[in-house]
Design a protein around this ligand. Structure first.
Ligand SMILES: [Zn+2]
Length: 186
């Protein structure tokens, strides 16, 4: 049996459970006020927010890339997600509290890319001379830098809460490095 066969079997169980529980969402929510959290995380298989934070289906929009970093590509995706919400008939998080969470982690694979500054600079779309500010070897400094960057992005609703977390792969615990606060002061 291939991995895919195993995954498809689990999918049948998932579909049966969700259907029985009435928790399937056959259409996109008309607005995204149901969305309580927006999580930016790393693609690393050890740090799936569904495991680490117990995120359940329908609870959060999750975007994952290398490092869980704020890059121009990620910001473009966030902009398009906002547009999808508008086209679907609402303002993302309209009225409700949305928590934007940046979730990075220790022992991240991105730290193995420090020997490829050209590739990292391209990833972040910054000159190589500015890579130091991205703090790729220090997840606490990196998550703080990315939270600070998000605070400068006008497309994000100022009232959303923003926080920065670092997951320790050795202990399984998440540390709140940047406590939740509105993205911009009212
Ligand atoms: Zn990682």
């Amino acid at each position: 049996m291939s991995n895919l066969d195993s995954f498809l079997q689990r999918n049948k169980s998932f579909a049966a459970q969700q259907s029985a529980a009435g928790t399937l969402m056959p259409s996109l929510p008309s607005a995204m006020p149901d969305v309580k959290a927006f999580i930016i995380g790393c693609a690393d298989m050890r740090v799936d927010p569904a495991d680490v934070l117990g995120i359940k289906p329908g609870e959060a929009v999750v975007l994952r890339n290398i490092g869980g970093r704020i890059t121009p590509v990620l910001l473009e995706e966030m902009g398009l997600l906002g547009r999808i919400g508008q086209v679907a008939g609402g303002i993302p998080g309209g009225g409700g509290e949305v928590h934007l969470i940046v979730l990075q982690h220790t022992d991240c694979g991105i730290t193995r890319l420090t020997g490829d500054p050209d590739k990292l600079a391209h990833y972040f779309q910054v000159p190589e001379a500015q890579l130091k500010a991205k703090a790729v070897t220090d997840p606490r400094a990196a998550v703080a830098a990315d939270v600070a960057l998000l605070q400068t992005i006008p497309l994000l609703p100022g009232q959303w809460l923003l926080s920065g977390l670092v997951y320790d792969v050795a202990t399984g615990l998440v540390e709140v490095v940047v406590p939740p606060a509105p993205i911009r002061a009212a």
